[in-house]
Write a new protein. Structure first.
Length: 76
């Protein structure tokens, strides 16, 4: 049982890392269309794919946290 939890935890962690890298401002999806904010620090509304990636990040982080707790409880 612990082996399967560790495998799932590893898969979720790799997916979480990939999603976070996609959201980074320097190499993120916001700069693909050529629409940078030119160094401005204003409020930016998440729309489309950015909102989807944000929601996936929240979901994956919750799953990661729960799996980590379950693994610690079962193994420790």
């Amino acid at each position: 049982m612990a082996f399967y939890l560790n495998v799932v935890l590893a898969i979720v962690s790799v997916a979480l890392i990939a999603i976070i890298i996609l959201q980074s401002r320097g190499a993120g999806l916001g700069g693909l269309g050529g629409g940078g904010d030119f160094g401005g620090a204003g409020f930016q509304v998440r729309r489309g794919i950015e909102r989807l990636l944000f929601n996936i990040t929240i979901g994956l982080s919750a799953v990661f946290f729960i799996l980590a707790l379950v693994t610690v409880i079962l193994v420790g």
